[in-house]
Design a binder for this molecule. Structure first.
Ligand code: HEM
Length: 469
């Protein structure tokens, strides 16, 4: 939980002049906090109250922390909401106007066109590619010689998991013909996300879009690199003349079921890059936090290992076994409660919305602070405690569905949810029986908002092979 929220709660309005002066004085420290991690700027009340409104520099932001109000907002009144300016400023230079960043009819058409690609039967077809990527990581960690295979090696698991999920996304999206290279691509994503904290903070502080900031040049170069690499991939596939059976192939052939239209080349690039960026980073974070949390909870890890062994869950040999890993799935869900890879859902009101007896006019920011919702004192018993049994069938059935939103909800719910969960299970079922993970530092790394929720300073652990043949 944040120790001292930077944004103050505004209930009454307050005397504007005094408030404006106080804000001007506070500006440097607000900026510093937002750059460190936006979550620290949230008022503490987001962990205890249903609805919290703050005002800063004349801009009101309402944090919605009550499950039924969240449902009312992002499901029932979804049509009155649009993408928030600061998220667009942060993401659109790289992702263009794809499913994640578009609004209105342009979004709806793309969502309808892409939705069939993420159906459960399609996801199941991708399990062998996921298993192959996980196996490649296993071999990489075991090294080349028997001595390597016995060695304990310190590794930062964040880039390791990024590489694994990148391999999965490349294999499932652009199998066979890809020349996307994991390291430069990963570096470009890091450079890009690294400067989004500035873009978000400056946009929230109402600075114009052209305001210079550290990392802006590197961010622009990274966006250019990412887009041109993906554009080349699309062009290579078009030249081949045959679409292929992977997600790019499906996207190339997909038609909007209502209009019959296909995606333009620009639309293909926007969405392919969206899937690569949104898909591999978030899933890698879920896995990185999971490996660390399991290392801190050996009894839970034992239950996971027993389940994998009992079901003989070798995802490469038996894709369906993955779906039976019920407890392992609970573990991933509970880790994403504590460390939601997407910790904030933001919207701007395009028209007036009503939340209970509160009316929010058009043009205001509404936030669902997922990280705080998942630790809210009125929703969770001992919220800071890791307990995967919270996600057993009975407690899940008795909990409000909108109290837990790692993938969002409503029309803009994550399109890759099924893919991501299956991928986490496949990778865990491959790596956990092969390695123990030992944290090199006792304290958990700080969770830092970078659009996603990253462990500050990475997640270095000793990777210890369990069996040496
Ligand atoms: C653990 C992994 C993942 C997490 C936690 C996650 C989380 C989320 C969340 C919270 C949203 C909703 C954002 C909002 O309402 O503003 C979202 C949207 C989205 N996600 Fe994911 N995601 C994950 C994996 C994936 C994967 C694997 C893909 C694709 C390959 C993907 C593609 C998308 C797209 C395209 C959207 C935008 C949907 C729309 O606006 O219609 N995500 N994701």
């Amino acid at each position: 939980m944040s120790s001292a929220g930077t944004f103050r709660v505004c209930e009454t309005g307050g005397p504007p002049l005094r408030e404006a002066l106080a804000e001007a004085v506070a500006l440097p420290s607000v900026l510093t906090t937002m750059l460190r991690s936006l979550i620290e700027a949230w008022p503490d009340e987001v962990y205890t109250r249903p609805l919290v409104t703050t005002r800063f520099l004349g801009q009101r932001t309402t944090y919605v922390c009550d499950p039924q109000l969240i449902r009312s907002l992002i499901v029932d009144q979804a049509g009155a909401l649009e993408r928030e300016t600061f998220m667009l400023r942060a993401l659109a230079p790289a992702l263009g106007s794809g499913i994640l960043t578009a609004d209105g009819p342009h979004w709806r058409g793309q969502r309808r066109t892409a939705a069939p690609m993420f159906r459960p039967d399609r996801v199941r077809d991708f399990i062998p590619a996921m298993a192959a990527a996980a196996h490649a990581t296993r071999l990489r960690w075991l090294g080349r010689t028997p001595a390597d295979a016995r060695a304990e090696t310190e590794r930062d698991l964040l880039p390791e998991m990024m590489r694994t999920t990148f391999d999965v996304i490349v294999a499932t999206m652009v199998s066979g013909d890809s020349r996307l290279e994991v390291e430069p691509f990963g570096r470009a994503i890091d450079a890009y996300l690294g400067q989004t904290a500035w873009k978000i903070a400056l946009s929230m502080l109402r600075a114009p879009a052209w305001t210079p900031h550290p990392g802006a040049g590197a961010g622009a170069r990274a966006a250019h690199y990412l887009r041109s690499e993906v554009a080349r991939t699309v062009a290579r596939r078009r030249d081949r003349g045959e679409p292929g059976a992977d997600l790019l192939g499906l996207l190339l052939q997909a038609r909007d079921p209502e209009t019959g239209e296909r995606l333009s080349d620009e639309g293909l690039i926007d969405n392919l890059l969206t899937f690569v960026a949104a898909g591999h980073e978030t899933t890698a974070l879920a896995l990185t936090w999971t490996l660390r949390v399991l290392a801190d909870h050996p009894a839970v890890e034992r239950r996971v290992l027993d389940e994998i062994a009992r079901l003989g869950a070798d995802p490469a040999a038996d894709p369906e076994a993955v779906e039976r890993l019920a407890f392992t799935r609970q573990v991933v869900l509970e880790v994403m409660r504590l460390y939601p890879p997407a910790p904030l859902i933001v919207r701007r009101t395009a028209a007036e919305v009503r939340l209970g007896d509160r009316v929010i006019p058009a043009g205001e920011s509404v936030h669902v602070p997922v990280y705080a919702l998942h630790r809210h004192l009125s929703l969770w018993d001992r919220p800071e405690v890791f307990d995967p049994d919270r996600f057993a069938p009975a407690p899940t059935a008795s909990r409000d569905r909108y109290a837990y939103l790692p993938f969002g909800a409503g029309p803009r719910v994550c399109i890759g949810m099924g893919l991501a969960l299956t991928e986490c299970l496949v990778i865990l079922a491959t790596l956990l029986p092969a390695f123990r993970f030992v944290p090199v530092r006792a304290e958990m790394p700080e969770a830092q908002f970078r659009v996603t929720l990253r462990p500050k300073g990475g997640m270095t652990m000793k990777v210890v092979p369990r069996h040496v043949r």
